[in-house]
Write a protein that binds this ligand. Structure first.
Ligand SMILES: Nc1ncnc2c1ncn2[C@@H]1O[C@H](COP(=O)(O)OP(=O)(O)O)[C@@H](O)[C@H]1O
Ligand SMILES: [Mg+2]
Length: 374
Protein backbone atom coordinates (compact mmCIF):
# COMPACT_ATOMS: atom_id res chain seq x y z
CA UNK A 1 0.00 0.00 0.00
CA UNK A 2 2.82 2.30 1.03
CA UNK A 3 4.76 1.47 -2.13
CA UNK A 4 1.62 2.03 -4.14
CA UNK A 5 0.96 5.45 -2.63
CA UNK A 6 4.65 6.28 -3.10
CA UNK A 7 4.28 5.39 -6.75
CA UNK A 8 1.23 7.53 -7.06
CA UNK A 9 3.08 10.47 -5.53
CA UNK A 10 6.05 9.87 -7.87
CA UNK A 11 3.68 9.58 -10.85
CA UNK A 12 1.96 12.86 -9.93
CA UNK A 13 5.30 14.59 -9.45
CA UNK A 14 6.61 13.45 -12.87
CA UNK A 15 3.30 14.46 -14.46
CA UNK A 16 3.51 17.91 -12.90
CA UNK A 17 7.10 18.38 -14.02
CA UNK A 18 6.05 17.32 -17.54
CA UNK A 19 3.14 19.70 -17.45
CA UNK A 20 5.36 22.54 -16.35
CA UNK A 21 7.86 21.60 -19.06
CA UNK A 22 5.09 21.52 -21.66
CA UNK A 23 3.86 24.81 -20.42
CA UNK A 24 7.36 26.25 -20.70
CA UNK A 25 7.69 24.82 -24.17
CA UNK A 26 4.45 26.40 -25.33
CA UNK A 27 5.90 29.79 -24.48
CA UNK A 28 3.51 30.64 -21.63
CA UNK A 29 5.38 28.87 -18.88
CA UNK A 30 5.81 31.71 -16.45
CA UNK A 31 2.27 33.01 -16.65
CA UNK A 32 0.88 29.50 -16.00
CA UNK A 33 3.30 29.05 -13.12
CA UNK A 34 2.11 32.35 -11.73
CA UNK A 35 -1.47 31.12 -11.92
CA UNK A 36 -0.49 27.98 -10.02
CA UNK A 37 1.29 29.75 -7.18
CA UNK A 38 -0.28 33.17 -6.79
CA UNK A 39 -3.85 34.04 -6.00
CA UNK A 40 -5.09 37.39 -7.24
CA UNK A 41 -6.84 39.61 -4.75
CA UNK A 42 -9.62 42.17 -4.72
CA UNK A 43 -9.79 45.03 -2.20
CA UNK A 44 -12.88 47.04 -1.40
CA UNK A 45 -11.13 50.18 -0.22
CA UNK A 46 -14.12 51.71 1.51
CA UNK A 47 -14.31 54.92 3.48
CA UNK A 48 -15.60 52.97 6.50
CA UNK A 49 -14.63 49.33 5.90
CA UNK A 50 -11.87 47.55 3.99
CA UNK A 51 -12.67 44.07 2.72
CA UNK A 52 -10.20 41.73 1.04
CA UNK A 53 -11.22 38.96 -1.36
CA UNK A 54 -8.65 36.29 -2.25
CA UNK A 55 -9.14 34.19 -5.37
CA UNK A 56 -10.37 30.72 -4.46
CA UNK A 57 -10.89 31.66 -0.80
CA UNK A 58 -13.52 34.41 -0.87
CA UNK A 59 -13.63 37.30 1.63
CA UNK A 60 -10.81 36.68 4.10
CA UNK A 61 -10.74 40.01 5.92
CA UNK A 62 -13.14 42.79 6.85
CA UNK A 63 -11.89 45.60 9.07
CA UNK A 64 -12.75 49.23 9.78
CA UNK A 65 -10.65 51.69 7.75
CA UNK A 66 -9.01 53.36 10.76
CA UNK A 67 -5.35 54.15 11.33
CA UNK A 68 -3.76 55.36 14.59
CA UNK A 69 -0.84 57.74 14.07
CA UNK A 70 1.60 58.79 16.78
CA UNK A 71 2.00 62.45 15.86
CA UNK A 72 5.14 62.94 18.00
CA UNK A 73 7.21 60.47 16.01
CA UNK A 74 4.95 60.61 12.92
CA UNK A 75 4.47 56.85 12.84
CA UNK A 76 1.53 54.49 12.45
CA UNK A 77 0.91 52.51 15.62
CA UNK A 78 -2.30 50.56 14.88
CA UNK A 79 -4.46 49.77 11.83
CA UNK A 80 -8.02 48.43 11.50
CA UNK A 81 -10.15 47.42 14.47
CA UNK A 82 -7.29 47.99 16.94
CA UNK A 83 -7.12 51.61 15.78
CA UNK A 84 -10.92 51.97 15.90
CA UNK A 85 -10.95 50.71 19.51
CA UNK A 86 -8.73 53.69 20.44
CA UNK A 87 -11.23 56.21 19.08
CA UNK A 88 -12.06 58.79 21.77
CA UNK A 89 -9.85 56.90 24.26
CA UNK A 90 -6.33 57.82 23.17
CA UNK A 91 -3.99 60.54 24.37
CA UNK A 92 -3.53 63.78 22.44
CA UNK A 93 -0.40 62.60 20.69
CA UNK A 94 -2.31 59.74 18.99
CA UNK A 95 -4.44 60.82 16.06
CA UNK A 96 -7.04 58.37 14.72
CA UNK A 97 -7.48 58.94 10.99
CA UNK A 98 -9.68 57.48 8.31
CA UNK A 99 -7.52 57.85 5.20
CA UNK A 100 -10.44 57.90 2.75
CA UNK A 101 -13.03 59.57 4.92
CA UNK A 102 -14.86 61.48 2.20
CA UNK A 103 -13.84 59.33 -0.73
CA UNK A 104 -10.67 61.27 -1.42
CA UNK A 105 -7.20 60.22 -0.39
CA UNK A 106 -6.35 62.87 2.15
CA UNK A 107 -3.25 61.12 3.41
CA UNK A 108 -1.46 59.24 0.68
CA UNK A 109 1.26 57.62 2.81
CA UNK A 110 -1.27 56.43 5.41
CA UNK A 111 -3.50 54.96 2.67
CA UNK A 112 -0.50 53.20 1.20
CA UNK A 113 0.51 51.69 4.55
CA UNK A 114 -3.06 50.61 5.19
CA UNK A 115 -3.29 48.81 1.83
CA UNK A 116 0.10 47.21 2.51
CA UNK A 117 -0.99 46.02 5.97
CA UNK A 118 -4.27 44.46 4.81
CA UNK A 119 -2.56 42.90 1.81
CA UNK A 120 0.11 41.26 4.04
CA UNK A 121 -2.49 40.06 6.51
CA UNK A 122 -4.62 38.51 3.76
CA UNK A 123 -1.85 37.02 1.63
CA UNK A 124 1.22 36.70 3.83
CA UNK A 125 4.42 36.75 1.83
CA UNK A 126 4.07 35.12 -1.57
CA UNK A 127 7.09 34.81 -3.81
CA UNK A 128 5.02 35.49 -6.91
CA UNK A 129 3.26 38.81 -6.65
CA UNK A 130 -0.49 38.69 -7.32
CA UNK A 131 -2.60 41.04 -9.37
CA UNK A 132 -4.80 43.33 -7.33
CA UNK A 133 -8.20 44.87 -8.09
CA UNK A 134 -9.03 47.89 -5.94
CA UNK A 135 -12.43 49.53 -5.81
CA UNK A 136 -12.57 53.30 -5.87
CA UNK A 137 -15.38 55.85 -5.45
CA UNK A 138 -16.63 57.24 -8.80
CA UNK A 139 -15.68 60.83 -7.88
CA UNK A 140 -11.96 60.14 -7.46
CA UNK A 141 -9.56 62.37 -9.46
CA UNK A 142 -6.93 61.11 -11.93
CA UNK A 143 -4.14 62.04 -9.52
CA UNK A 144 -5.80 60.04 -6.76
CA UNK A 145 -6.33 57.16 -9.16
CA UNK A 146 -2.59 57.13 -9.83
CA UNK A 147 -1.93 57.25 -6.08
CA UNK A 148 -4.09 54.14 -5.49
CA UNK A 149 -2.38 52.27 -8.34
CA UNK A 150 1.05 53.14 -6.91
CA UNK A 151 -0.11 52.14 -3.42
CA UNK A 152 -1.12 48.71 -4.78
CA UNK A 153 2.26 48.24 -6.45
CA UNK A 154 4.11 49.42 -3.33
CA UNK A 155 2.10 46.95 -1.27
CA UNK A 156 3.39 44.08 -3.41
CA UNK A 157 0.99 43.63 -6.34
CA UNK A 158 2.56 43.06 -9.75
CA UNK A 159 -0.32 44.92 -11.38
CA UNK A 160 -3.06 47.06 -9.90
CA UNK A 161 -6.47 47.47 -11.52
CA UNK A 162 -9.14 49.94 -10.51
CA UNK A 163 -12.89 49.51 -10.73
CA UNK A 164 -15.62 51.94 -9.76
CA UNK A 165 -17.49 50.91 -6.63
CA UNK A 166 -21.06 50.82 -7.94
CA UNK A 167 -19.96 48.65 -10.90
CA UNK A 168 -18.31 46.18 -8.53
CA UNK A 169 -21.41 46.32 -6.31
CA UNK A 170 -23.62 45.44 -9.29
CA UNK A 171 -21.35 42.56 -10.24
CA UNK A 172 -21.28 41.32 -6.66
CA UNK A 173 -25.06 41.47 -6.46
CA UNK A 174 -25.32 39.24 -9.52
CA UNK A 175 -26.79 41.93 -11.80
CA UNK A 176 -25.95 41.24 -15.44
CA UNK A 177 -24.27 44.50 -16.37
CA UNK A 178 -22.96 43.23 -19.72
CA UNK A 179 -26.36 43.13 -21.45
CA UNK A 180 -27.52 46.17 -23.43
CA UNK A 181 -29.91 46.94 -20.58
CA UNK A 182 -29.76 49.89 -18.18
CA UNK A 183 -29.33 49.28 -14.44
CA UNK A 184 -29.12 51.88 -11.71
CA UNK A 185 -27.04 51.12 -8.63
CA UNK A 186 -26.88 53.42 -5.62
CA UNK A 187 -24.00 52.56 -3.27
CA UNK A 188 -24.35 54.36 0.07
CA UNK A 189 -21.15 53.83 2.05
CA UNK A 190 -19.71 55.67 5.05
CA UNK A 191 -18.31 58.77 3.35
CA UNK A 192 -19.75 58.81 -0.16
CA UNK A 193 -22.84 57.82 -2.08
CA UNK A 194 -21.95 56.63 -5.58
CA UNK A 195 -24.65 56.29 -8.18
CA UNK A 196 -24.11 54.63 -11.53
CA UNK A 197 -26.24 53.70 -14.51
CA UNK A 198 -24.59 50.82 -16.33
CA UNK A 199 -25.20 49.25 -19.71
CA UNK A 200 -23.05 46.78 -21.71
CA UNK A 201 -20.38 46.82 -18.99
CA UNK A 202 -19.88 50.58 -19.18
CA UNK A 203 -20.92 53.38 -16.85
CA UNK A 204 -23.28 55.63 -18.80
CA UNK A 205 -24.15 58.03 -15.99
CA UNK A 206 -22.37 58.53 -12.70
CA UNK A 207 -22.97 60.77 -9.72
CA UNK A 208 -21.05 60.95 -6.47
CA UNK A 209 -21.86 62.96 -3.37
CA UNK A 210 -19.93 63.18 -0.13
CA UNK A 211 -22.98 62.36 1.93
CA UNK A 212 -23.58 58.87 3.36
CA UNK A 213 -23.57 56.95 6.67
CA UNK A 214 -21.15 59.34 8.47
CA UNK A 215 -23.36 62.33 7.72
CA UNK A 216 -26.38 60.41 9.12
CA UNK A 217 -24.43 59.99 12.41
CA UNK A 218 -23.47 63.67 12.49
CA UNK A 219 -27.08 64.70 11.79
CA UNK A 220 -28.36 62.53 14.67
CA UNK A 221 -25.77 64.01 17.06
CA UNK A 222 -26.75 67.54 15.97
CA UNK A 223 -30.45 66.77 16.46
CA UNK A 224 -29.93 65.42 20.02
CA UNK A 225 -27.81 68.45 20.87
CA UNK A 226 -30.41 70.89 19.48
CA UNK A 227 -33.52 69.21 20.86
CA UNK A 228 -32.32 67.84 24.22
CA UNK A 229 -29.23 69.96 24.90
CA UNK A 230 -27.21 66.79 25.20
CA UNK A 231 -23.87 66.14 23.48
CA UNK A 232 -23.37 62.57 22.24
CA UNK A 233 -20.32 61.02 20.58
CA UNK A 234 -20.01 59.85 16.98
CA UNK A 235 -20.07 56.17 17.94
CA UNK A 236 -23.20 56.62 20.10
CA UNK A 237 -24.93 58.39 17.21
CA UNK A 238 -24.03 55.48 14.94
CA UNK A 239 -25.55 53.01 17.43
CA UNK A 240 -28.77 55.08 17.47
CA UNK A 241 -28.86 55.03 13.66
CA UNK A 242 -28.35 51.26 13.43
CA UNK A 243 -30.78 50.41 16.24
CA UNK A 244 -33.71 52.78 15.66
CA UNK A 245 -32.80 54.75 12.49
CA UNK A 246 -36.06 54.32 10.60
CA UNK A 247 -36.90 56.78 7.81
CA UNK A 248 -40.43 55.70 6.93
CA UNK A 249 -43.87 56.30 8.45
CA UNK A 250 -44.52 53.63 11.07
CA UNK A 251 -47.08 53.07 13.84
CA UNK A 252 -45.10 51.42 16.64
CA UNK A 253 -42.16 53.57 17.59
CA UNK A 254 -38.90 51.96 18.74
CA UNK A 255 -37.12 53.72 21.58
CA UNK A 256 -33.54 53.90 22.80
CA UNK A 257 -31.95 55.38 25.92
CA UNK A 258 -28.95 57.45 24.94
CA UNK A 259 -26.23 58.63 27.31
CA UNK A 260 -24.47 61.93 26.77
CA UNK A 261 -23.37 65.12 28.50
CA UNK A 262 -25.90 67.80 29.42
CA UNK A 263 -24.78 71.02 27.77
CA UNK A 264 -26.40 73.17 30.48
CA UNK A 265 -25.21 71.44 33.67
CA UNK A 266 -22.18 69.72 32.19
CA UNK A 267 -23.21 66.44 33.87
CA UNK A 268 -24.02 63.03 32.35
CA UNK A 269 -27.61 62.74 31.17
CA UNK A 270 -29.74 60.01 29.59
CA UNK A 271 -32.44 60.86 27.08
CA UNK A 272 -34.95 58.55 25.42
CA UNK A 273 -35.07 58.91 21.66
CA UNK A 274 -37.71 57.34 19.43
CA UNK A 275 -37.53 56.04 15.88
CA UNK A 276 -40.21 58.58 14.89
CA UNK A 277 -37.70 61.40 15.36
CA UNK A 278 -35.17 59.85 12.99
CA UNK A 279 -36.54 61.10 9.68
CA UNK A 280 -36.53 64.67 10.98
CA UNK A 281 -33.03 64.20 12.44
CA UNK A 282 -31.55 62.85 9.20
CA UNK A 283 -33.63 64.91 6.77
CA UNK A 284 -30.71 66.99 5.49
CA UNK A 285 -28.35 64.18 4.42
CA UNK A 286 -31.24 62.05 3.19
CA UNK A 287 -32.45 64.94 0.98
CA UNK A 288 -28.93 65.35 -0.46
CA UNK A 289 -28.87 61.66 -1.45
CA UNK A 290 -32.38 61.85 -2.92
CA UNK A 291 -31.32 64.94 -4.93
CA UNK A 292 -28.32 63.07 -6.37
CA UNK A 293 -30.49 60.11 -7.35
CA UNK A 294 -32.90 62.51 -9.09
CA UNK A 295 -29.97 64.21 -10.90
CA UNK A 296 -28.72 60.82 -12.10
CA UNK A 297 -32.24 60.00 -13.33
CA UNK A 298 -32.40 63.32 -15.23
CA UNK A 299 -29.04 62.57 -16.88
CA UNK A 300 -30.07 59.04 -17.95
CA UNK A 301 -30.90 58.57 -21.66
CA UNK A 302 -34.60 57.68 -22.21
CA UNK A 303 -34.04 54.12 -23.51
CA UNK A 304 -32.03 53.19 -20.44
CA UNK A 305 -34.57 54.92 -18.21
CA UNK A 306 -37.21 52.57 -19.62
CA UNK A 307 -35.07 49.61 -18.48
CA UNK A 308 -34.57 51.10 -15.02
CA UNK A 309 -38.32 51.65 -14.65
CA UNK A 310 -38.74 47.94 -15.36
CA UNK A 311 -35.81 46.57 -13.29
CA UNK A 312 -35.88 49.10 -10.47
CA UNK A 313 -33.11 50.80 -8.52
CA UNK A 314 -30.61 48.62 -6.62
CA UNK A 315 -29.26 49.80 -3.26
CA UNK A 316 -25.87 48.68 -1.94
CA UNK A 317 -23.43 49.72 0.82
CA UNK A 318 -23.84 49.73 4.60
CA UNK A 319 -25.59 53.12 4.57
CA UNK A 320 -28.43 51.63 2.50
CA UNK A 321 -29.37 49.42 5.45
CA UNK A 322 -31.15 52.30 7.13
CA UNK A 323 -34.66 51.02 7.82
CA UNK A 324 -37.15 52.22 5.21
CA UNK A 325 -34.65 53.99 2.95
CA UNK A 326 -35.68 51.73 0.07
CA UNK A 327 -39.34 52.69 0.56
CA UNK A 328 -38.50 56.39 0.78
CA UNK A 329 -36.48 56.33 -2.48
CA UNK A 330 -39.31 54.41 -4.12
CA UNK A 331 -41.88 57.02 -2.98
CA UNK A 332 -39.78 59.98 -4.14
CA UNK A 333 -38.70 58.59 -7.53
CA UNK A 334 -41.71 56.41 -8.30
CA UNK A 335 -39.27 53.62 -9.23
CA UNK A 336 -39.29 50.20 -7.53
CA UNK A 337 -36.25 50.10 -5.21
CA UNK A 338 -34.61 47.08 -3.61
CA UNK A 339 -31.59 46.42 -1.45
CA UNK A 340 -29.10 43.92 -2.90
CA UNK A 341 -28.62 40.65 -1.01
CA UNK A 342 -25.49 41.50 0.95
CA UNK A 343 -25.11 45.32 0.89
CA UNK A 344 -21.83 45.49 2.86
CA UNK A 345 -20.02 42.61 1.15
CA UNK A 346 -21.30 42.90 -2.42
CA UNK A 347 -18.51 45.26 -3.60
CA UNK A 348 -15.83 42.85 -2.36
CA UNK A 349 -17.67 39.92 -3.94
CA UNK A 350 -17.82 41.95 -7.18
CA UNK A 351 -14.05 42.52 -7.16
CA UNK A 352 -13.70 38.76 -6.66
CA UNK A 353 -15.82 38.10 -9.76
CA UNK A 354 -13.62 40.48 -11.72
CA UNK A 355 -10.47 38.51 -10.93
CA UNK A 356 -11.43 35.84 -13.44
CA UNK A 357 -11.68 38.48 -16.20
CA UNK A 358 -8.28 40.12 -15.62
CA UNK A 359 -6.52 38.29 -18.47
CA UNK A 360 -8.63 40.40 -20.84
CA UNK A 361 -7.12 43.56 -19.40
CA UNK A 362 -3.37 42.97 -19.56
CA UNK A 363 -2.22 46.51 -18.79
CA UNK A 364 -3.58 47.23 -15.33
CA UNK A 365 -5.11 50.63 -14.54
CA UNK A 366 -8.82 51.46 -14.62
CA UNK A 367 -10.88 48.56 -15.95
CA UNK A 368 -13.28 49.49 -18.72
CA UNK A 369 -15.74 46.61 -18.72
CA UNK A 370 -17.34 47.79 -21.96
CA UNK A 371 -14.19 46.27 -23.57
CA UNK A 372 -15.03 42.88 -22.06
CA UNK A 373 -15.89 40.20 -24.63
CA UNK A 374 -17.62 37.43 -22.71
N1 LIG B 1 -27.79 48.25 9.94
C1 LIG B 1 -27.34 49.43 9.52
N2 LIG B 1 -28.20 50.48 9.40
C2 LIG B 1 -27.77 51.68 8.99
N3 LIG B 1 -26.50 51.97 8.65
C3 LIG B 1 -25.60 50.96 8.75
C4 LIG B 1 -25.95 49.64 9.17
N4 LIG B 1 -24.85 48.87 9.17
C5 LIG B 1 -23.83 49.67 8.76
N5 LIG B 1 -24.26 50.91 8.51
C6 LIG B 1 -23.48 52.07 8.06
O1 LIG B 1 -22.84 51.77 6.85
C7 LIG B 1 -21.72 52.64 6.68
C8 LIG B 1 -20.55 51.85 6.13
O2 LIG B 1 -20.91 51.23 4.94
P1 LIG B 1 -19.82 50.60 3.98
O3 LIG B 1 -20.53 50.10 2.79
O4 LIG B 1 -18.99 49.63 4.74
O5 LIG B 1 -18.97 51.90 3.66
P2 LIG B 1 -17.70 52.13 2.74
O6 LIG B 1 -17.93 51.37 1.47
O7 LIG B 1 -17.63 53.60 2.56
O8 LIG B 1 -16.54 51.58 3.53
C9 LIG B 1 -21.42 53.24 8.06
O9 LIG B 1 -21.80 54.61 8.07
C10 LIG B 1 -22.34 52.44 8.99
O10 LIG B 1 -22.80 53.21 10.08
MG1 LIG C 1 -18.22 50.72 -0.19
Amino acid sequence: MLVESGNIILYKFIKNVKNIRNVKEDGMGFSRLRQMFSRDIGIDLGTATVLVFVEGRGIVLSEPAFVAVDTEIDQITKIGKDAQAMLGRSSNKIEIVRPLKEGVIAKYDVTQKMIQYFYRRACGKSFIHPRMVICIPTGISEVEERAVIDAGIQAGARKTYLIEEPVAAALGAGIDIFNPVGNMIVDIGGGTTDIAVTSMGGVVVSESVKVAGDKFNEAIARYVRRKYNVAIGEQTAEKVKIQIGAVYEHKDAMTMDVKGRCLIQGLPKTVTITSKEMLEAMMEPISAILDSICTAIEKTPPELMGDILKNGIYLAGGGSMLMGLDKLIEDVTGIKTQRVKDPIKCVAIGTGRLLSLLDQFPDGGRIDLSRYRG
